[in-house]
Design a protein. Structure first.
Length: 136
């Protein structure tokens, strides 16, 4: 990365409807314009999980305008850091990228009481990631 280029992060989960959307929402909220944020799914859902939207609203973060997007090789190639959350072998691999796999429960078909701890773990991990990115 050059001094001028801001770091870019891609969050990937299967449906791009819960975990990856919450992570992207947190990173956008916490980093502002200091980090380029993307999210995608290997098999995108039709819409974002309404419980994930509700959980993020409780944190003062609105992700209602986001839509699940299909994972492309270009999105991976254009990102400095790729965070996967259960998409397995569907995620393309490019040498030189930083990859992390966050083992998180899938919030799909879970109620708000079950989604809050997932959301909170995502927040902790995003805060750590942001600290690492901005330290470079």
């Amino acid at each position: 990365m050059t001094e001028i280029q801001k770091p870019s992060v891609l969050f990937v989960c299967v449906h791009n409807a819960g975990r990856s959307q919450m992570a992207a929402g947190y990173l956008r909220h916490l980093a502002g314009d200091r980090v380029e944020v993307r999210s995608a799914g290997s098999m995108p859902a039709d819409q974002i999980n309404p419980v994930a939207v509700e959980a993020m609203r409780e944190e003062g973060i609105d992700i209602t305008a986001e839509q699940p997007k299909v994972l492309t090789a270009e999105a991976v190639q254009d990102s400095d850091v790729v965070i996967t959350m259960g998409c397995g072998d569907a995620c393309p691999f490019f040498p030189g990228k930083r990859y992390e796999d966050w083992k998180l429960d899938d919030p799909a078909v879970q109620g708000i009481e079950s989604v809050r701890p997932i959301r909170d773990e995502i927040k902790d991990r995003v805060e750590t990631l942001l600290t690492e990115l901005l330290a470079k």
